[in-house]
Write a protein that binds this ligand. Structure first.
Ligand SMILES: [Mn+2]
Length: 328
């Protein structure tokens, strides 16, 4: 479906209902948080009741810009049980990507997805995907512009944050001249690019620096160019930070020049092993992540596994090597 074909569907969807729950994938990142904020604000500007839900914290991002407040799972369930509510899933297109909220779409009276990941299965009434867009926020920018939905300063900030996040600060391969033009438009609409980029890429607490130091210390480079680091809860405790407090470690690790594929595993508060993957270009890490029910892009992907962490590491190493071999 083309963008122009989807716009009337979206406008109809946004006009049709009174109440909307907007959500993104679990362990929400800058793109899905920015997209959800912009979408909720757009709905609100149309006189709709809008709510946002994530399985995971939005904390670090709320320091970059004024985000839309979020509901927890209990509140989201209560909302959807109480009155008819439509559901918007952003930056994901599969129920399992909602994490603990995976049963929410079933409660909705209507349901659409907007995403830029490679689709495996599609479960919404309508899924719109642009695999070549740098970010879901880039797709929303185009959709809002074509639909004539005004983008105010707060929405511009949220969209800029998402694009900056998913392009790694306009450095990743997904960054095109169009990405820069959109970023420029968003700055003209009031996005505070200096604050967002500084906070996102160049601001770290001492705790975060210490966790990063521990991760660098533990990094192991294998002969085939895989750089692997596993961080247990104890490793985080040493640095005084909780395992869910520090983000962006994978990006710093993948700056290692010898690393063709970077594998970062961390033991979460609830004992789950959360895995991030980065590739320098030859290996499709989205295919690796999908072996374990995860997802992502060719060069950046993620998944989660049950522990113990060393078992998860061995499984991932095997899968990465199989993928490397398959690609020659
Ligand atoms: Mn994204």
């Amino acid at each position: 479906m083309t963008r122009e074909d989807f716009v009337p569907v979206l406008v109809d969807f946004m006009g049709r209902h009174d109440r909307y729950l907007v959500a993104g994938h679990m362990n929400p990142d800058g793109d899905c948080i920015g997209a959800a904020t912009a979408m909720a604000l757009a709905l609100q500007s149309m006189g709709k009741e809008a709510f946002v839900y994530f399985d995971g914290s939005i904390e670090g991002y709320s320091e970059m810009t004024d985000l839309f407040p979020t509901l927890d799972l209990e509140e989201a369930c209560a909302l959807m049980d109480m009155k008819p509510c439509a559901f918007v899933l952003l930056d994901a297109a599969e129920d399992k990507r909602l994490g603990k909220g995976k049963d929410l779409p079933a409660k909705a009276v209507d349901f659409i997805c907007i995403d830029h990941h490679v689709q495996d299965s599609i479960f919404a009434r309508m899924t719109y995907a642009e695999e070549h867009s740098s970010a879901t926020c880039e797709i929303l920018y185009h959709l809002f512009r074509i639909a004539g939905i005004p983008i105010n300063r707060r929405m511009a900030n949220a969209l800029f944050m998402g694009i900056a996040f998913d392009t790694g600060g306009f450095r990743h391969q997904n960054t095109t001249s169009s990405t820069y033009r959109i970023a420029g438009e968003l700055i003209d609409m009031g996005a505070d690019h200096k604050k967002i980029l500084n906070r996102m890429f160049h601001t770290h607490t001492l705790k975060e620096m210490k966790v990063l130091g521990e991760a660098y210390r533990k990094a192991k480079l294998y002969e085939d160019g895989i750089l692997a680091v596993e961080m247990t809860r104890a490793d985080f405790l040493k640095s005084g930070a909780g395992p869910d407090e520090v983000s962006g470690i994978i990006n710093r690790l993948s700056e290692t020049s010898e690393a063709l594929v970077t594998l970062y595993l961390r033991e979460s508060e609830d004992g789950k092993i959360i895995i991030s993957l980065r590739s320098k270009g030859k290996t499709d890490v989205a295919k690796v992540a999908r072996c374990f029910g995860g997802g992502g892009h060719v060069l950046a992907a993620g998944c989660s596994l049950e522990g113990p962490i060393l078992y998860a590491k061995e499984e991932l190493l095997k899968a990465i090597r199989a993928q490397m071999q398959a690609e020659g």
